[in-house]
Design a protein around this ligand. Sequence first.
Ligand code: GTP
Length: 369
Amino acid sequence: MSDTETEEAPELVPIFSPERVEQVQSLEESTSKDRVPITIITGYLGSGKTTFLNYILTEQHDLKIAVILNEFGDSVDIEKTLSVSSNGELTEEWLELRNGCLCCSVKDTGVAAIENLMTKRGKFDYILLETTGMADPGPIANIFWMDDALCSTIYLDGIITVVDCVNIIATLDDTISGSSEPTTAHLQISHAEVILLNKIDLVSETQLSQIKARVCAVNGVSRTIPTVRGHIDDLRSILNLHAFDSQTAMEPFVDRGFSHLDAVRIPQFRDCGLTLSREYPQQLVEWIQVLLWENIIPGTPFVTQVHRLKGRVVAAEDAQQWIVQGVRDMYDMQSAGQCLPGEQGKLVLIGKGLQLAELAESLNTRLLK
Ligand SMILES: Nc1nc2c(ncn2[C@@H]2O[C@H](COP(=O)(O)OP(=O)(O)OP(=O)(O)O)[C@@H](O)[C@H]2O)c(=O)[nH]1
């Protein structure tokens, strides 16, 4: 018999008193009955969060879901076009969709937006909140723990992180030089209960298993689901997880190690909004290609790294609108019908080395050629 086998087993001590356990149980019961669940959808810039939400908003299902879209910087009006384009309506108000869902674009994930939503209580039974691509979901999740008024009507059900399989490895590698801080992408993955490995149409099976291994190294306890454009056969399998019930009742996020992961500041990062006059899309595309593929501000020696590009381009000849979307070195352009009279285009860039004056001048020079 070894020494360890002769040692007495340690006495197990309950961590929580019977009163506390009772308190938790009653909170969990009220959770299911009286409060509306909210799931946070997070994921790095361009990973496919809005595409996933658009899928939910247009798919037929028996869920009445309210969606809150939160946008980075200046791109809210472009995003709105994307999220409600299937109905052809553009509005900042809450919009009722044909499948019973509600949709709204807000510039800020403030408590006010959620309180405003709760005035429409009864019209929905679930809330999905999309964070910006640069957000650490920890502090947002904290709102549903800290704010007493919100806690009485809403509870955090879970966090879903959308991963862009094409770019995730580069994004995870992209630490601030000399720093051991986790990147935003690490934080987003580490908080998730469910991780959508999205854009698998663009990677091989071998790449997918490498990506899965890398993602699981950051968070090995969450469920991973491979997706194309966020399509999930059984939406219910990722909702109503009650992922935080026991833990949130037992210990606030600050004790779960969330608070020290507070928003990682990436100093070189910035977003730039450029107003476009009516353009010749082909010239703009050539400019975008140099920017994304050569990583310089076209016609200048300035080095850049664009992580996300979104834009609405209005063609000079026929006032047709095009939505341009770029994620790192990939981009696509889709026709979005005729623009309204007098409407101009806009380009929003998020990344490093983005100098507004130089970008604007470079763009003008190229487009005036
Ligand atoms: N090929 C492919 N493209 C995808 C997929 N999912 C999304 N996309 C494209 O990726 C681009 C970015 O998608 P979005 O849904 O806007 O990404 P997002 O995460 O909401 O972006 P941000 O809000 O800017 O962070 C768009 O051009 C989408 O059409 C996918 O599974 N496959």
